[in-house]
Design a protein around this ligand. Structure first.
Ligand code: PAD
Ligand code: ZN
Length: 360
């Protein structure tokens, strides 16, 4: 089977090979044939070690496909079902899934699948990225890690829901709960940041400032709903003009750098909300002085997978797409086969892409 493999943490390219096999299916597992997968910056974080990922590993986590085999105890899907891969599968039983209502924080299945290799190459174990591994023709997942969708949804559209769109739109709707009329700033205009912009627009934000180092991102940012665009150095001036110097109601960091996390904190008004979506490195820190934390009464919150319950959120986002309220086609900047995976990674690293979709 064909797949793209990270041989060792720190490698800057993936190895596309035809020599990957799958383990046998467990009783509650499903085998999925991947039809489309997006390339997300988190895959690059798996390569550079910001996200701890044992290697060798088949990367990819933003995918959609068809169930081709189910274990004897599988109850939630059947052979032939179209599904989106969920990289944090809710177990449905732990405290996060039940009493806290935060299934995106469930680690019961996530931890298990992340440390259990389901791919093989010449008998050697190969992990799957965060327990998935959608840069492969097929993969094995627990039944909780697939969410059934209507068969008329195109796989390219479905794949994007599997990570970037759910993460970004959910950060606006579920984590910040952006209010109609709000003034919002979004740092980073990749696939995730553009989805935050789209989510803020859906929520009725009046002002949406997109911030990116790459000026070529302006056109797309405005298409997704940004009312203003600037580089990081010009934000202070714009903040003065747009908020009477008070600051934005909500700021989103969709890059993963301490400097932009701190800038997001500084960009919001007293009492405002800062949502950290970008994945930073564990050895890096962000500083706050001991006075401002109390005095400015700002809320800083992380957001994992759009702070959403994938079992409902994927369907909600697809309804919005079908209704013409959420542009997903516009996120696809390139389509390619698995052979183009290293080009897609280079484009993302250079900050040029929204999403490359790999089609099988
Ligand atoms: P991307 O690489 O497509 O976009 C990042 C954007 O940031 C690019 O447009 C860059 O030009 C821009 N950028 C880089 N540095 C700066 C800077 N200093 N100032 C301003 N702009 C800058 O990435 P993506 O959209 O695929 O992912 C964004 C982050 O979100 C990344 O860290 C990824 O790992 C994270 C993520 N988080 C979750 C989650 O659950 N929280 C899920 C998926 C992705
Ligand atoms: Zn992702």
């Amino acid at each position: 089977m064909r797949a793209a493999v990270l041989r060792a943490t720190g490698d800057t390219t993936l190895d596309v090979v035809d020599t990957i096999e799958l383990d046998d299916l467990g009783a509650t597992d499903v085998r999925v044939e991947i039809k489309a997968t997006g390339v997300c910056h988190s895959d690059l974080h798996g390569m550079d070690g910001a996200l701890p990922q044992p290697a060798p590993a088949v990367l990819g986590h933003e995918g959609a496909g068809v169930v081709v085999e189910v274990g004897p105890a599988v109850t939630s899907v059947s052979v032939g079902d179209h599904v989106i891969v969920a990289w944090t599968p809710p177990c449905g039983r732990c405290a996060f899934c039940t009493e806290h209502g935060q299934p995106q924080l469930c680690m019961e299945i996530q931890f298990q699948i992340a440390v259990t290799p389901r791919f093989r190459e010449h008998g050697e174990a190969i992990f799957g990225f965060v327990g998935t591994g959608t840069f492969a023709e097929q993969l094995i997942l627990p039944q909780e890690a697939v969410v059934r969708i209507e068969p008329d949804i195109p796989f390219d559209i479905a794949s994007l829901i599997g990570c970037g769109v759910t993460t970004g739109v959910g950060a606006a709707l579920n984590a910040a709960k952006v209010r109609p009329g709000a003034r919002v700033v979004v740092f980073g205009c990749g696939g995730v940041g553009m989805s935050v912009i789209a989510g803020a627009q859906l929520a009725g934000a009046a002002t949406i400032v997109a911030v990116d180092l790459n000026p070529a991102k302006e056109e797309a940012a405005r298409k997704f709903g940004a009312t203003h665009f600037c580089g990081p150095d010009d934000l202070d001036e714009l903040k003065g003009e747009l908020t009477d110097g008070l600051g934005f109601d909500d700021a989103f960091e969709a890059i993963g750098l301490p400097v932009t996390m701190r800038a997001a904190y500084d960009a919001v008004r007293r009492g405002g909300t800062v949502v950290i979506v970008g994945v930073g490195r564990a050895e890096q820190t962000v500083s706050f002085n001991a006075f401002e934390l109390f005095f400015d009464e700002k809320t800083i919150k992380g957001s994992v997978y759009g702070s959403a319950d994938v079992r409902h959120e994927f369907g909600r986002l697809l309804r919005l797409w079908k209704a013409g309220r959420l542009d997903l086609e516009g996120l696809i900047t390139k389509r390619d086969s698995l052979d183009g995976i290293n080009d897609a990674i280079s484009e993302l690293r250079a900050g040029n892409a929204l999403r490359t979709v790999i089609e099988f």
